[in-house]
Design a protein around this ligand. Structure first.
Ligand code: NAD
Length: 359
C-alpha cells in the first residue's frame, strides 16, 4: 500500500514527538511492505513566524492532497492572545478536513496505575474509547452579547444546536466501534434538562434499534457519569457524547491513564466517496516548559500512528503491533521524565526502543 501523509509538527514539543511518530511510520512501512510518503508543512506559531498565517495556503494544499494528517501540537506564550493565534491553525485545519468525531482511547496499564490519583484497584482493566462530537453544540452555535434590562448589565448567549443528521453520523461511528469491541455503547447526555440532549437520546435510541440491534446501549446523565467514570471506570467501554460534555469528560478520563503524554487521539470524518478523513495527534499541548530538552513523552504521538494505521488505512495487524510494542516497552519499565524521577529515557531513546522492539 502507498499513502501520502501530511506531517504538521507545530510548536514546542510538537516537532520532538512528531519526529518519533514519523520514524515509527517509516519502520512500519519497511516491516510490512507499505510506502508512507511524508510531506511536512507549517502550522500554528511556527507558521505565524514564517508567514503571518497559522494555517498558510501551502499547508492547506499539502493537507488537501494527503490521505491522512499527523499533527504535533500548537501554541505557546510567545504568540500570546492577539488577533492571530496558533490555535486558529488547528480550528481551521479541523474545518478544512470536516472531521466530526474525536476518538480518544484511554487504556490504563497496570504498570502505570500508581501514577494516577485514582486507586489502582479501581483502575485495573480500564480500557475506554471516547467518541466526542466535534462540530456542533455550544461551541459552534450562535453567540451574542447585548445590554440587558433592569440592572442586568451585559447578557451573553451561546446557542447549543444539534441536528438529527449530526447526531446520527457520530452515533453510527461510535456504534461501529462498539460492535468491534465489547458490543456495549454508553451515550452521555443531559436529557432531564436540555432539549438538544432529548433529541440526542431519541436519535441514539432510534439508530441503535434500527441499525445496531446487536449492540447494547445505555443512556447516562452527564453529571452522574462524571462521578461514575472515576468510581468505576471499568464499567464502561465505548462512550459517545456531544461536544462540550466530551471536551470535559475526555480530560477527566486522561487523568486515569497517569500522564497526559500517554494518550493519542483521532479526529475522523468522511469524504464524499465514503473514505475516512483522519487527523491524528497526541492529546497534549506544546508543553513549552519542557520543549527542546528531550523530556517529552512520545507515547501519545506513537499511539496516534497506530490509530492512523487502523482508521485511515485498515492496517489492523500493524496497528495492533505498534500498540503491543509501546505497551510492552512501558511494561518492561522504560519511562520518560513525566513517568519517573530517576533513570528516565529521553524522547529519542524511547522512540528508538519502540522501533527496535517492533517486529
Ligand atoms: P500542555 O499539554 O502543553 O502541558 C501541560 C503539562 O503537561 C505541562 O507541565 C507539560 O510539560 C506536560 N506535558 C504535556 N505533554 C507532555 C508530554 N508529551 N510529555 C511530558 N510532559 C508533557 O498544556 P498547557 O501547558 O495548558 O498548554 C501549552 C500550550 O499548548 C498552550 O499554548 C496551549 O494553548 C497549547 N495547547 C495545544 C493543544 C493542541 O495543539 N492540540 C492542546 C492543548 C494545549
Amino acid at each position: 500500500m502507498k499513502a501520502r501523509i501530511a506531517v504538521l509538527s507545530g510548536d514546542g514539543i510538537g516537532p520532538e514527538v512528531t519526529y518519533e511518530a514519523v520514524q515509527l511510520l517509516s519502520r512500519v512501512g519497511a516491516l510490512y511492505g507499505h510506502e508512507f510518503v511524508c510531506e511536512e508543512a507549517l502550522i500554528g506559531g511556527a507558521a505565524i513566524d514564517a508567514t503571518g498565517d497559522p494555517l498558510p495556503r501551502a499547508t492547506q494544499a499539502v493537507v488537501s492532497r494527503a490521505d491522512a494528517v499527523v499533527l504535533g501540537a500548537v501554541g505557546g506564550p510567545k504568540w500570546g492572545t492577539g488577533t492571530v493565534r496558533p490555535e486558529q491553525g488547528l480550528l481551521g485545519l479541523r474545518a478544512l478536513l470536516g472531521t466530526f468525531a474525536n476518538v480518544r482511547p484511554v487504556t490504563v496499564l497496570p504498570a502505570l496505575a500508581e501514577l494516577s490519583p485514582v486507586r489502582a484497584d479501581r483502575l485495573a482493566g480500564t480500557d475506554l474509547l471516547f467518541v466526542r462530537e466535534l462540530t456542533g453544540g455550544a461551541y459552534f452555535g450562535a453567540k451574542s452579547r447585548e445590554q440587558g434590562h433592569n440592572g442586568q448589565g451585559i447578557v451573553a448567549t451561546d446557542a447549543m444546536v444539534y441536528s438529527e443528521a449530526e447526531i446520527t453520523r457520530v452515533v453510527r461511528m461510535a456504534a461501529r466501534f462498539a460492535r468491534g469491541r465489547s458490543g456495549r455503547l454508553t451515550s452521555v447526555d443531559k436529557a432531564n434538562v436540555l432539549e438538544t440532549s432529548r433529541l440526542w437520546r431519541e436519535v441514539t435510541t432510534r439508530v441503535m434499534r434500527d441499525e445496531f440491534p446487536d449492540v447494547a446501549v445505555e443512556h447516562v446523565l452527564v453529571d452522574s457519569f462524571s462521578m461514575l467514570l472515576i468510581q468505576r471506570p471499568t464499567a464502561y467501554d465505548v462512550v459517545v457524547t456531544e461536544n462540550l460534555f466530551g471536551d470535559i469528560l475526555t480530560d477527566e478520563a486522561a487523568v486515569l491513564a497517569g500522564s497526559i503524554g500517554l494518550l493519542p487521539s483521532a479526529s475522523l470524518g468522511e469524504r464524499a466517496d465514503g473514505s475516512v478523513v483522519g487527523l491524528y495527534e497526541p492529546i497534549h499541548g506544546s508543553a513549552p516548559d519542557i520543549a527542546g530538552q528531550g523530556k517529552a513523552n512520545p507515547v501519545g504521538a506513537l499511539l496516534s500512528v497506530a490509530l492512523m494505521l487502523r482508521h485511515s488505512f485498515g492496517l489492523e495487524k500493524a496497528a495492533d503491533a505498534v500498540e503491543a510494542t509501546v505497551y510492552g516497552v512501558l511494561n518492561a519499565g522504560a519511562r520518560t521524565a513525566d513517568l519517573t524521577t530517576n533513570g528516565a529515557f529521553t524522547t529519542a531513546a524511547f522512540g528508538q526502543l519502540v522501533r527496535d522492539r517492533l517486529a
